[in-house]
Ligand binder design. Structure first.
Ligand SMILES: [Zn+2]
Length: 273
C-alpha cells in the first residue's frame, strides 16, 4: 500500500514549532518568546526500546512542560525535540550498536546554532531539557557561552536527580532503575506503545558497590564524579532495572512529575527580569 506512510504522523498534543506554519508561529510570538527544547540521542536502548527512545520521550516532554508552564500562567512554545546527542558514557555500558552520536564540540556548535537561530526568530527565553543525561556537560557549556557572549537567557534542566526519591513512589521496583529501566520503558510506552517490546524482558542490576565513597556517583545522576571509560567488564544487557514491570500509566505519572519540576525551575529563573 503505497499511501501507508501517511499514517505515520499525527499530532495529538499542543503543536510543536516543527508542526506550526510560519503564520501560526508569528501569531504565537506575539504572545510568548519562551521556547522549550529537549536534547535526546539516537542510542542503543537494549532489546525492548527503539533507538529513538530519548527523542520520542523528548517529543512528549516539551509539550507537557508547555502545559505545566501554562498552569503557572507562563505562555511558551513546545519547540524542538532534538534527536542528536553525545555518545553513551562507556563507564556505564558498552552496548553501542546503532548509536548515532556527536562529539562534545560538535554538539556544542549544533546547540548554539539552533538557539541563536531561534533567537533571531524572536525567542528570548530558552528552557533546555536533557532527554539523554550524557548531554549535560555540553549543554551547560552552551548555556553559559550564550549567556556571556549573547546575553541569552536559558536554564538547563536535568530532571533525573530530583526524581530519585519520586520513582519508588510510582514504580514497582524501589531499586534504582537506570538506562532503559522501568521508568524509561514506561515513558516510551506512554509515547510510542507500538515500538516497545518489554514483555518477558529479564531484569538486570549491577553488582553491589564494594567501594562506597561519598557522592561518588555520576554527576548527572546527582553524584559528583565524571568518569567516562570502562573501569570493569560491562555485563549489562544494555539496560538497568526491570523493563517488564513498566506500564504506560506509570509513564504518564513520570512525565507529569518531570514536567512540573522543569516548569517550576523555568518559572523561578527565566521570567522575573
Ligand atoms: Zn534513553
Amino acid at each position: 500500500m503505497i499511501q501507508d506512510w501517511k499514517t505515520l504522523y499525527e499530532v495529538k498534543g499542543p503543536k510543536s514549532l516543527m508542526e506550526m506554519t510560519a503564520v501560526e508561529l508569528e501569531e504565537t510570538l506575539k504572545e510568548t518568546q519562551t521556547v522549550i527544547l529537549s536534547f535526546g540521542a539516537v542510542e542503543n536502548h537494549g532489546v525492548h526500546l527503539p533507538m529513538g527512545a530519548d527523542y520520542f520521550q523528548a517529543n512528549v516532554l516539551i509539550r507537557r512542560v508547555h502545559e505545566c508552564l501554562a498552569e503557572l500562567g507562563r505562555k511558551s512554545v513546545p519547540g524542538l525535540a532534538i534527536p542528536f546527542g553525545t555518545q553513551t558514557n562507556k563507564f556505564e555500558r558498552d552496548k553501542l550498536l546503532g548509536n548515532v552520536y556527536l562529539n562534545e564540540k560538535t554538539f556544542i556548535e549544533m546547540a548554539e546554532d539552533i538557539i541563536l537561530s531561534l533567537h533571531e526568530t524572536g525567542f528570548e527565553r530558552f528552557v533546555l531539557i536533557l532527554n539523554h543525561s550524557e548531554n549535560q556537560a555540553a549543554l551547560n557549556v552552551v548555556a553559559k557561552d550564550l549567556a556571556n557572549r549573547h546575553n541569552i537567557k536559558s536554564v538547563v534542566c536535568d530532571w533525573v536527580a530530583p526524581h530519585n526519591d519520586f520513582w519508588p513512589t510510582v514504580l514497582k521496583n524501589a531499586e534504582h532503575q537506570g538506562h532503559g529501566g522501568e521508568d524509561e520503558t514506561a515513558c516510551c510506552m506512554a509515547a510510542v506503545p507500538d515500538l516497545v517490546k518489554n514483555k518477558d524482558v529479564e531484569g538486570w542490576y549491577p553488582e553491589e558497590d564494594t567501594k562506597p565513597v561519598k557522592m561518588s556517583g555520576l554527576y548527572y545522576y546527582g553524584g559528583s564524579v565524571g568518569v567516562f571509560m570502562p573501569t570493569k567488564e560491562d555485563k549489562s544487557p544494555g539496560y538497568v532495572g526491570d523493563p517488564a514491570d513498566a506500564t504506560a500509566e506509570e509513564g504518564i505519572l513520570c512525565y507529569d512529575a518531570y514536567a512540573k519540576w522543569i516548569a517550576a525551575v523555568a518559572d523561578k529563573y527565566l521570567f522575573d527580569m
